[in-house]
Design a protein around this ligand. Structure first.
Ligand code: ADP
Ligand code: ZN
Ligand code: ZN
Length: 842
């Protein structure tokens, strides 16, 4: 048989399977999904088997053999390989990049050369050594004739040439193998003897001298549980040598076993029982249970307000799925994957839960992944990439907070976990549940399209199978949603308050301090973007063509549109009210922290942002401290908005709602509404009622008005009007291509060529622009324009945007256009990075 192998070189030229013969010794072991080492261009590379074919199809004698099989259990299953092919096609990336994204980083092996003395050379008498070869030849003999090439070169730096010559002559044999970055951790473990009676008898007669050895044997008889050697030595205050002595006598056994790193070991999760569902929960659960039992792929959008008890519904639906002997995947946004969240799943399903997220060490993540691969886990809870959890029979995939942009991976493969989940569910006959208090417009439209007759781009995840909408409009136990006050910061300025805290927020914080309650303060500042705003009237500079905020570029003192390239001079006075209080905007969390300390002496503040949470475990540490009421205020970026549940939080303050409202992104209003709703949901989740204060210069903006009234429906109505008018998703789809190179002229030139090629291809395929025809099927090619970050790491960046609707095969046309630009080496002269369905246009 032959193996079709995708080698791990992520380039266009190598993005196809290469054939290798399967040696007899590996027959039956090499499968689709196996990881192998194969000779390629004079090296040995890691690769994945994507197909097995009989000899007859190719002239197998010409083929090189597979050099090694790297795992006895293939890390990928055939369905994951197929999923990888789908990802590579949809997101325009090399197949190896898609496959690599599915396995833990510990398995991304690197090639390693080992040299071995040939039998002849090993038998040769010492006297015959050539002078320059002598030192390393002696060394090799000491090492039993074999050593890693890198080690040899390190120890004998001057020997490089003579080693190479020896390899050429055949004195040394070189063997290349792939080494994993990380090995399974082995420990010595003590086991009780299998013949306990015999040991008892012997102990009774043993001499008094071996007291400690007897004690060890006695201990193992009594406890009968394996225990690590080191732990036993410690428990008995003796040495491992003594215990080995007992082993020599046959009183106990010592074996090497694999130690598994369990990041949650010793946390002692209390077992929880299913709660009695409320009427609203029950109705949703019944629908889900029916679908899970049917085992045919379905997508549901669970639209439940914050605190409506979505998690309990997830838990019971999972239970149903497990009863049917199928497995479940739960995706949670990375920053919401708090110990609190993990506890809810571990508490219900115990050891059957594997947890996958990026704050684990790569060893921990590998062990959790193997727990799934080897069938020791039934529920995977994790961030985005947990959608690839290698389960055999998936019954349910839950995506909590489905609107979160972190479900989109921003590096290649730039996949969206929501779309991948729907595809995976189709393979397994599984049910997908998208849960959110503020569903993305894409999902909401897809779930209501069949009923409301909204015509959209119609290719979204939820649209595939016509998602069904499941509403949960009420909080559990009739708890009210918190009251949201909107403070107009223009009034504060008029009344002479130039502080970043309005009088109402100041007052609110003071009252919480007096009562010993807690507050959460959100400052939604992200990235490098700044926008220009008038402090007197709230005017913000907008692009005349694109209906989004212009970005201030400090260097050129100009305002620029990141979509169409429109640019204008920085205004000296407000074009709307002529005030001179017009300036670009931005306040950091650090400044807020200083201000708090000044205004409220002695206040205890925990600041959570990217700067304070880089260290492993810091995120957990802060939240635990806050949960223990060791601080009065939790201050942070969107990190503080997600999924937290603290009973003493009765005030949530949003310092400047406008920072996210004016990001140059067509999703700015949606993001703001979602964020305000989420953060407001942190208040008053328990007995104490909650209050929310939102500070803004745009109190009449529909995103803020809707958030204030907890009115998702009115927000969506207004937002969809804008999206339809401007032809933005979900009324069209986008593909962003970023070109980059050190030479500016080359980037622009290639950008023009790409746009031209795309326009020609579209015309040839009979695809019209949005301004022709009825607009149900079109493709526009925008650009090239300078990227929002026009130079990065000394490379110039330009971008083209494809805006299309209907089945136009845009990804395919793009691949063809890029191929036209490619030179003889298969690569275009500039780097092209493709982002399908981009979430961030910044
Ligand atoms: P969501 O995920 O929708 O924001 P949660 O699942 O966190 O809501 O539920 C909010 C609170 O209500 C939690 O403290 C949870 O334990 C509680 N809860 C959920 N369902 C029930 C129920 N059926 N009976 C009693 N309490 C419930
Ligand atoms: Zn514009
Ligand atoms: Zn103004």
């Amino acid at each position: 048989m032959i193996a079709r192998v995708i080698v791990d070189v992520p380039s266009r030229a190598t993005d196809r399977p290469f054939d290798y013969a399967i040696p007899d010794a590996m027959a039956g072991w090499v499968e689709v999904g196996s990881r192998v080492g194969v000779p390629f261009g004079g090296r040995v590379l890691q690769g994945f088997v994507v197909g097995i074919a009989p000899f007859a199809e190719v002239d197998a004698r010409k083929l090189k053999p597979v050099a090694e099989l790297l795992d006895h259990l293939p890390p990928l299953s055939p369905d994951l390989v197929e999923l990888g092919q789908w990802i590579a096609e949809k997101y325009c990336c090399p197949l190896t990049t898609a496959l690599q994204a599915m396995i833990p980083s510990a398995l991304k092996g690197k090639a390693d050369s080992v040299v071995r003395l040939s039998e002849d050379a090993a038998a040769e008498p010492d006297g015959l050594f050539v002078a320059e070869e002598e030192p390393w030849l002696r060394y090799l003999r000491q090492q039993g004739g074999e050593a890693r090439l890198a080690l040899l070169q390190e120890r004998f730096p001057e020997a490089a040439a003579s080693v190479k010559a020896a390899i050429g002559r055949g004195t040394l044999e070189e063997r290349v193998s792939i080494r994993d970055r990380l090995a399974v951790r082995k420990v010595l473990t003590v086991y009780p003897s299998e013949d306990a009676d015999a040991v008892r008898a012997e102990l009774a007669n043993a001499s008094a001298r071996a007291a400690k050895q007897r004690e060890a044997a006695q201990y193992m008889l009594e406890h009968a549980e394996p225990i690590p050697l080191a732990a036993l030595a410690q428990a008995l205050a003796t040495t491992t040598g003594t215990i080995r002595g007992a082993e020599a006598k046959g009183w106990l056994a010592i074996r090497e076993t694999e130690q598994r790193r369990d990041p949650y070991a010793g946390r002692g999760f209390g077992k929880t029982a299913p709660l009695r569902l409320t009427e609203g929960q029950q109705a949703v659960y019944d629908e889900l249970a029916k679908a899970v039992d049917d085992a045919s792929p379905r997508v549901f959008l669970l639209h439940g307000v914050t605190g409506s008890g979505k998690t309990e519904v997830y838990l019971q639906a999972i239970e149903r799925c497990l009863k049917d002997d199928r497995q479940a995947i739960v995706l949670v946004p990375e920053i919401a994957l708090t110990p609190q969240m993990v506890e809810r799943f571990k508490g219900r399903f115990g050891d059957a839960v594997a947890v996958l997220h990026s704050r684990l060490s790569s060893g921990e993540r590998y062990d959790e992944w193997r727990k799934i691969r080897e069938g020791r886990a039934e529920v995977a809870v994790g961030a985005r990439s947990a959608v690839f959890a290698p389960f055999k029979r998936i019954g349910l995939i839950i995506i909590d907070e489905e609107h979160e942009s972190s479900y989109k991976q921003e590096e290649s493969p730039k996949y969206h976990a929501r779309d991948v989940a729907v595809r995976r569910a189709n393979q397994h006959g599984a049910v997908v549940v998208l849960g959110s208090a503020t569903p993305s417009l894409e999902s909401f439209v897809a779930a209501t399209a069949s009923r409301g007759g909204l015509e959209t781009a119609g290719e979204g995840a939820a649209a595939k199978r016509g998602a069904s909408l499941l509403p949960m409009p009420d909080r559990v136990a009739g708890r009210p949603l918190p009251k949201v006050h909107v403070v107009d910061m223009r009034d504060e300025l008029k009344d002479g308050n130039r502080s970043m805290f309005s009088r109402q927020l100041h007052e609110g914080l003071l009252r919480r301090l007096e009562r010993g309650e807690q507050s959460v303060l959100l400052l939604n500042r992200r990235g490098y973007s700044t926008f220009v705003m008038c402090r007197s009237c709230g005017y913000t500079a907008q692009c005349p063509h694109c209906d989004i905020s212009l970005t201030y570029h400090q260097k050129s003192r100009a305002l620029r549109c990141h979509y169409c390239g429109h640019a204008e001079q920085e205004p000296k006075a407000c074009p709307s009210c002529e005030s001179e209080h017009i300036r670009f905007f931005g306040t950091g969390t650090q400044r807020v922290e200083e201000e708090l300390a000044k205004l409220f002496p002695g206040i205890r503040v925990i600041r959570m942002d990217v700067d304070t949470t880089t260290e492993k475990g810091s995120h957990e540490k802060w939240l635990t401290q806050f949960g223990n009421r060791e601080a009065d205020v939790l201050l942070g970026t969107q990190m503080v908005a997600k999924g937290l549940d603290f009973p003493y939080v009765t005030l949530v303050g949003v310092i400047a709602a406008d920072t996210s409202l004016h990001l140059p992104d067509f999703r700015a209003a949606e993001k703001t509404f979602q964020l305000l709703t989420q953060v407001a949901g942190r208040a008053g989740r328990h007995e104490l009622p909650g209050e929310v204060i939102v500070q803004t210069y745009n109190p009449e903006h529909y995103a803020i008005v809707s958030a204030r009234h907890h009115d998702y429906a009115s927000f969506v109505r207004e937002e969809l009007k804008h999206r339809r008018f401007m032809a933005y998703p979900p009324f069209c789809r986008l593909i962003l291509v970023t070109l980059s190179h050190e030479q500016l002229a080359l980037v622009i030139g290639e950008g023009e060529k790409l746009a031209g090629a795309l326009r020609d291809l579209a015309r040839a395929a009979g695809i019209r622009g949005s301004d022709e025809g009825d607009g149900s099927r079109f493709m526009d090619v925008l650009g090239p324009v300078a990227s929002p970050i026009p130079r990065m790491k000394d490379r110039y960046r330009f971008q083209c945007m494809l805006k299309y609707r209907g089945n136009v095969g845009a990804a395919d046309l793009l691949q063809q256009a890029i191929a036209q630009l490619a030179g003889t080496n298969g690569q275009p002269p500039v780097t092209m990075s493709v982002d399908v369905d981009p979430q961030m246009i910044l």
